[in-house]
Design a binder for this molecule. Structure first.
Ligand code: SAM
Length: 332
């Protein structure tokens, strides 16, 4: 089963993301003779095998249904077994963009944790890029390695079992980008600097929940000659769709004034007094909408919650670039 491509039909051994609601999804490997059960009914793997990915599947007692989704890194982030805190898609997509990830890019990440970030990055840099993933917890290394192999990323992600703050990455002149999700990222900055390809610019990001950690990372990045050091916080702002009444205020005021000077009742009281005639049909939803002059607008919720971490980005400049002297008199 690969997260990298798409297949149409579910086969034995495949991973299916079983979708019940937006808040309730579960990853299941298809195995003949097995069932999946929730409070609405029983779903037999034997009957799921052969169905199309994306299809709706009804339980044996016809009381419930689920959707059978193809795995993607985005869905995996929502259903994966948590062995650590993980990165979610808002931060992952922001980091992917600002670290200039694309096919062919070579990246370091540490730590691997639960592999949430790794899945998205591996898909983005495939087929020729490489993700060198460093983790010092032995069990997390083994579990991540198994998952990466099972999910079709075995050739893209190279796992390393190492304490990078003590022993460094031990890589020279190899990568375009570095992502550090560690308690003490500043201890890995010097080694990260050596790992960058030395003939071009590179990008680094440190992901830290506390502002004190940000301050230490900024100091380390500055000390090692990184430039463009910038910190962001990535928050999701939810919007709802709501109907509002269209009002042309200028027209409404003009109309109200003219009604007053003519000694007429206000528009409001005229509208309130209006009743349906005896045989007049009840207005349709469209007519009500039209009469009420409604339009749908997007409204942001008042509060924006969801702090996970601060993202500190910086640029690595190749040594040759830092030694270039710019002559102010040179107009070119
Ligand atoms: C928050 S988790 C990373 C989560 C990961 N980014 C994800 O999205 O699933 C941090 C990981 O860093 C590992 N770690 C902490 N210090 C380390 C070090 N010095 N060297 C290598 N790994 C380290 C921890 O064992 C932990 O698994």
């Amino acid at each position: 089963m690969s997260f990298r491509g798409w297949k149409k039909y579910i086969e034995e051994g495949d991973l299916v993301i079983v979708y019940m609601t937006r808040e309730s999804m579960t990853p299941i490997f298809m195995k003949k003779g097995t069932i999946f059960q929730n409070r609405f009914g029983v779903y037999k793997h034997d009957e799921i095998i052969g169905k199309e990915y994306g299809s709706k599947f009804v339980s044996s007692n016809y009381k419930g249904f689920v959707y059978l989704l193809h795995p993607t890194p985005e869905l995996w982030t929502l259903v994966l077994p948590h062995r650590t805190q993980i990165l979610y898609i808002a931060d992952i997509s922001f980091v992917t963009t600002l670290l200039d990830m694309k096919p062919g890019v070579h990246v370091i990440e540490s730590g691997t944790g639960s592999g949430s970030f790794s899945h998205s990055i591996a898909r983005t840099i495939a087929p020729t890029g490489r993700l060198y993933s460093f983790e010092y917890h032995q069990d997390r290394v083994s579990l991540a390695q198994t998952e990466f192999n099972n999910h079709g990323f075995g050739d893209i992600i190279k796992m390393h079992h190492r304490d990078v703050c003590k022993d460094g990455f031990q890589m020279k002149d190899q990568v375009n980008a570095v992502f550090l999700d560690l308690p003490a990222p500043w201890d890995a900055v010097a080694s990260a600097k050596e790992a960058f390809k030395q003939d071009r610019t590179g990008k680094i990001c440190c992901f830290s929940p506390c502002i004190e950690q940000v301050a230490r990372s900024v100091a380390a990045l500055d000390e090692h000659g990184f430039i463009d050091i910038t910190m962001y916080e990535c928050l999701i702002r939810e919007h709802t769709v709501a109907p509002i009444q269209k009002i042309d205020f200028a027209e409404a005021i003009k109309d109200a004034r003219s009604r007053k000077t003519q000694g007429l009742a206000s528009v409001d009281s005229v509208v309130k007094k209006r009743k349906l005639g005896k045989d007049e049909p009840f207005p349709t939803a469209e007519e009500v909408e039209e009469a009420a002059n409604l339009m749908l607008v997007s409204r942001a919720l008042g509060e924006t919650r969801g702090h996970t971490s601060y993202l500190t980005f910086a640029t690595f400049l190749p040594p040759t670039a830092t030694s270039v002297v710019v002559d102010d008199n040179d107009s070119a």
